[in-house]
Structures are given as structure tokens and as C-alpha cells.
Design a protein around this ligand. Structure first.
Ligand SMILES: [Cu+2]
Length: 117
């Protein structure tokens, strides 16, 4: 139930912030990217990395679903660049595999199902 409310709130937020942006004639897009997130530490790590990415206005990771919602400016970045940035943090992003070096540096609890170690 709590999860459902969170999803609804995120959706409302995404929709309303999109509308506000549209009214200001600033073009923004929202994208949901499936990641290999395992825990809350992953959430902090990915959201922090996204905050430094050019063209990304905000990001929110749903740990249970391992889905990252990103609000970005299509004039400054693209879904491919965002997926690449997630990969460089050490996580899979949709069909883009995690950068191996970054993945190897993740703490054990953040690795996929503990199968690689
Ligand atoms: Cu983690």
C-alpha cells in the first residue's frame, strides 16, 4: 500500500512538474530506466551521480522495482547518455551493461544477486 502511494506520488510529481515546465516553454522529458539496483546504498550512489550529470534536472530511484525515473532536458542530454552514465556508476541500465571496472568497485551488497563473487 505504501509502495502504491509512493508510485502515485512520483507519477503525480512527474506529470505536474512536466506541465509546469511545458507552461514555461522549457522542454523536459521523463524517462524510466530499469537498473540493477540492489539496496538503498545503490539508490544514494545512483541519484548522487545523476545530480552531477549535465542536462538532468532530477532523478528518483525506486529500489523495490529497481527503476530510475529521470527528468532531463532533451536539448542537453539523451536517454543513451543517461544509460551510459548509469553504467559508469556500475549498474545495468535497460540494455546497457554495467561498466565492469565500476561494477567491480561496488560493495558486495550492491552486486547482482551475489553471483559474481
Ligand atoms: Cu547497494
Amino acid at each position: 500500500m505504501k509502495n502504491l502511494i509512493t508510485v502515485i506520488l512520483i507519477t503525480l510529481f512527474a506529470v505536474s512538474s512536466n506541465n509546469v515546465m511545458a507552461q514555461k516553454a522549457k522542454k523536459t522529458e521523463a524517462i524510466v530506466i530499469k537498473t540493477s539496483t540492489q539496496c538503498g546504498m545503490c539508490k544514494t550512489r545512483i541519484e548522487k551521480a545523476m545530480a552531477y550529470e549535465k542536462g538532468i534536472l532530477s532523478s528518483n530511484l525506486n529500489v523495490e522495482k529497481a527503476e530510475l525515473t529521470v527528468i532531463y532536458k532533451p536539448s542537453k542530454t539523451s536517454p543513451d547518455k543517461i544509460r551510459e552514465a548509469i553504467s559508469l556508476v556500475g549498474y545495468d541500465a535497460d540494455n546497457v551493461k554495467a561498466n565492469k571496472k565500476a561494477y567491480d568497485n561496488l560493495p558486495g551488497c550492491c552486486k547482482k544477486g551475489g553471483m559474481d563473487h
